[in-house]
Design a protein around this ligand. Structure first.
Ligand code: CP
Ligand code: NVA
Length: 316
């Protein structure tokens, strides 16, 4: 089994794409593509045989939960699902205590949390890699799958323009970090008051990211290669639903917008979708949509991350 692995990624946490170098970001995508190619060719490398990860969820999930679980199984390993109901962390016992238990049993921890600080605290105490499965601030694993999908769709990432239309949320913040590494041009269209995280934006610009913020979504979309949107009401923002629906008036993506994209332009969404809000159902099911390729690629991107962070290099 000869999958090229990056020495600097072994044993690392993945809390933010900004913790990576551009080379490490591309290496994660390359490894994911290689594992996908081999899986499709009938190759079944058991690169994580006898490895176990714990999966902690404070919030709901379909894709992240399923794909980490399936990825571990297909790589010869195992996962243990721990919902907040099971472990009551921070309530039944401290996050520090949870970390010092889990690190004695498992090889890595994937966690989906509300506060990003919870993930940072977990990673500080656990001496096994901690992977961000979404926090209120960031969703790095989603953008790895998305950029993998863009590599497959366009052949290369160089020169691409991405229009992100909607809330300046966790997904938009990880878009900024991904654009920084890939050298793509990112235009974010969001209403005033719903900008992406300023700290993430400033840090990425300081590292050369080409990101602009506009208020007119149709302006952002002109000539773009990717039109990307995400929900206006993220998990944890439900009490702001009415205010947000009003603020995002005019931001609902429909297939009529696709005519403004470049001739090769595609529509992307991380899912779940709230139809009638950030987009219509016919946008997701349109022939220019690659939304379900993105969902499929969550599996392959998780494999790339898991193998790069956890695999014993002598097996590779
Ligand atoms: N896109 C995504 O993370 O989906 P889930 O919330 O279902 O995991
Ligand atoms: N921004 C969304 C992403 C869901 C995958 C949320 O945080 O709910």
């Amino acid at each position: 089994m000869n999958v090229p692995l990056t020495p600097s990624l072994r044993g690392r946490d993945l809390l933010s794409l900004s913790d990576l170098t551009a080379d490490e970001f591309h290496a994660l995508i390359d490894t994911s593509l290689e594992l996908k190619r081999r899986w499709r060719a009938g190759d079944r490398p058991r690169l994580l045989e006898h490895n176990t990860i714990a999966m902690i969820f404070e919030k709901q999930s379909l894709r992240t939960r399923s794909t980490f679980d399936i990825a571990m199984y297909q790589l010869g390993g195992h996962s243990v699902l721990l919902s907040q109901n099971y472990i009551g962390w921070g309530v039944r016992e401290t996050i520090r205590d949870v970390a010092h238990n889990l690190e004695r049993w498992v090889d890595g921890i994937m966690a989906r949390t509300y506060g990003h600080a919870t993930l940072v605290e977990l990673a500080e105490h656990a001496d096994v890699p901690v992977i961000n499965g979404l926090s209120d601030l960031l969703h790095p694993c989603q953008l790895l799958a998305d950029y993998l999908t863009m590599r497959e769709t366009f052949g290369a990432l160089e020169g691409l323009t991405v229009a992100y239309v909607g809330d300046g949320n966790n997904v938009s913040n990880s878009h900024i970090n991904a654009a920084m590494h890939a050298g793509t041009t990112l235009r974010i269209a969001c209403p005033d008051g719903f900008d992406p995280d300023q700290g993430v934006l400033e840090a990425a610009r300081a590292r050369g990211a080409d990101v602009s913020i506009v208020r007119d979504p149709r302006e952002a979309v002109q000539g773009a290669d990717v039109l990307y949107t995400d929900v206006w009401i993220s998990m944890g923002h439900e009490e702001e639903a009415e205010r947000r629906r009003n603020a995002f008036a005019g931001y609902t993506v429909t297939p009529s917008w696709f005519a403004d994209l470049s001739s090769r332009g595609v529509f992307m969404h991380d899912l779940p979708a709230h139809y009638g809000e950030e987009c219509t159902e016919d946008a997701v099911y349109h022939e220019r949509s690659v939304v379900f390729d993105q969902a499929e690629n969550r599996l392959h991107a998780q494999k790339g991350v898991l193998v790069q962070l956890l695999a014993d290099r002598s097996d590779a």
